[in-house]
Ligand binder design. Structure first.
Ligand SMILES: [Fe+2]
Length: 306
């Protein structure tokens, strides 16, 4: 069965490459590992060769998602499994530094998906300065057809559907985290598939407060939160990066016990056991803000939310 172990990296098309390099190096505190001949910047959060790739372009958006498969999966076999599902995937060698081989395919929204088993682990360790998240936590896709895209990740890559807030957000995981991906209707709202937000996991509440101080010192306001989400129960706060992408910093995400079909119990849960379900709203504390998250994410596309 083809199922990723983790979301390994996200590649962003970037307009303000200097601003974004400063943001990832000095504000988020990732390590710049390499700049290739095309000016692509590869950043590591601490172990992998890269978890974020910034590609200089004229248009800012999501370029590709890299999912790491179990190390014993053979990519040739994976390619055959994809073919059986009607998916064409290209086997590529040395397409990225640190990744000897990958399969490349498209999801229903046209985003490029990379599947790989091996990535170099030069392990620059965690930086001392900046926010320094634990990891790249999840990616939120603005889809033209959220239910179709969510079904694709379930059927083709065996993601588990966790929670749903209508078309606004469909939550999927490939490991124990409540979601490593969510698929929303932002694409439909602005008329093109796009990045909704990118999210990084922090360690605890004090780390979150410290991260807000670091953002403030860099003149980056928090636009939404902190609040506890309903789906996933993560305490999240959102800001914009220099390219206008919405970025989430979170703690306390629900952990799925896959064999039991419920999340590890927490004092703040509404249900016992807490199973995947439908939610009316995305904020558990009743903290309503003037703008919705989708409006903030749509801002850079200038079609709604202005
Ligand atoms: Fe999120």
């Amino acid at each position: 069965m083809l199922k990723p172990s983790k979301l390994g990296y996200v590649e962003l098309a970037v307009k303000d490459i200097e601003g974004m390099e400063h943001y990832y190096s000095d504000v988020l505190g990732f390590t710049l590992m390499e700049v290739d001949g095309e000016g692509k910047r590869y950043f590591s959060s601490g172990l992998d060769h890269h978890n974020i790739v910034l590609t200089p372009t004229n248009e800012s958006n999501l370029l590709s998602l890299g999912f790491q498969l179990d190390k014993d999966v053979l990519l040739n076999e994976a390619k055959k499994l994809l073919q059986q599902k009607g998916i064409t995937a290209k086997l590529k060698s040395d397409a990225q530094p640190g990744v000897p081989e990958m399969l490349e395919m498209k999801d229903p929204d046209g985003f490029t998906v990379h599947l790989y088993t091996e990535m170099d682990t030069p392990a620059p360790r965690f930086k001392e300065n900046g926010i320094v998240p634990n990891k790249l936590g999840h990616i939120a896709l603005g889809s033209m057809d959220p239910l179709k895209t969510a079904a694709f990740y379930q059927d083709v890559l065996n993601f588990t559907f966790t929670d749903r807030i209508d078309e606004r957000a469909n939550f999927l995981t490939c490991n124990n985290d409540h979601h490593v991906m969510n698929v929303s209707n932002l694409g439909k709202l602005v008329g093109q598939s796009n990045l909704y937000h990118i999210a990084f996991e922090l360690r605890d509440a004090s780390h979150q407060y410290k991260s807000f101080d670091i953002l403030a010192k860099n003149n980056i306001p928090i636009v939404w939160g902190p609040t506890r989400h309903t789906a996933g129960h993560n305490i999240a706060a959102y800001h914009h990066d220099p390219d206008g992408n919405l970025v989430e910093l979170f703690i306390d995400m629900d952990q799925l016990i896959p064999g039991l079909g419920y999340f590890d119990p927490r004092p703040w849960h509404e249900d016992f056991p807490m199973k995947p379900r439908y939610w009316e709203d995305n904020a558990a504390w009743g903290t309503k803000y003037e703008k919705t998250l989708l409006d903030y994410a749509a801002k850079k596309f200038q079609k709604i939310g202005s």
